[in-house]
Design a protein around this ligand. Sequence first.
Ligand code: IMP
Ligand code: MG
Length: 185
Amino acid sequence: MIGERLAAVAETAEIGDILVEREDLARRVLELGERISADYAGRTLLLVGVLKGALFFLSDLMRALEVECEVDFMALASYGSATDSSGVVRILKDLDASIEGRDVLIVEDIVDSGLTLSYLMRTLQAREPASLEVCALLTKPERRKVDLPIRYVGFEIPNRFVIGYGLDHAERYRNLPYVAVLSGG
Ligand code: IMP
Ligand code: MG
């Protein structure tokens, strides 16, 4: 019992300063939804959510869209350490359907080095969609190793490891309603 309580205290100690508040996430998602709806007016959009981090961003963004849209998911594993991806990516779950001729929008939680997204864009581009764009909730420009055309960005953040609103540290903290720094991260 006491052990459990101590563990809970140690856990919350990992949650550092809040970088993006809940209200700011909500407001920005609505703005992105408006821009995307205007850009794709009259077309049918296929959102490709990258699991698991884009979970909440995708579900909020999709409800902010006024264009017709469908959704599909991919899950990727990037080889590397806990905090650095190597660029060598394995597809854990592929899309259910073909994207040939479709207007595809990749919805990502965060672009860090950009290596994962770069791999994903090459893979999807080879399937000949009509268009392929990216909407990322967060980017860390200082960490970028490859130059990528990211059409829609929620927030640029400094080089810190962040958790919450879908983003995890060892699978924890995805459920935080805000984006916070992992303390010591
Ligand atoms: P990249 O290949 O270096 O751009 O890494 C991208 C992936 O690493 C993201 O899709 C996240 O899953 C994960 N990632 C990168 N930075 C963070 C972070 O600060 N918090 C949580 N996950 C992160
Ligand atoms: Mg991700």
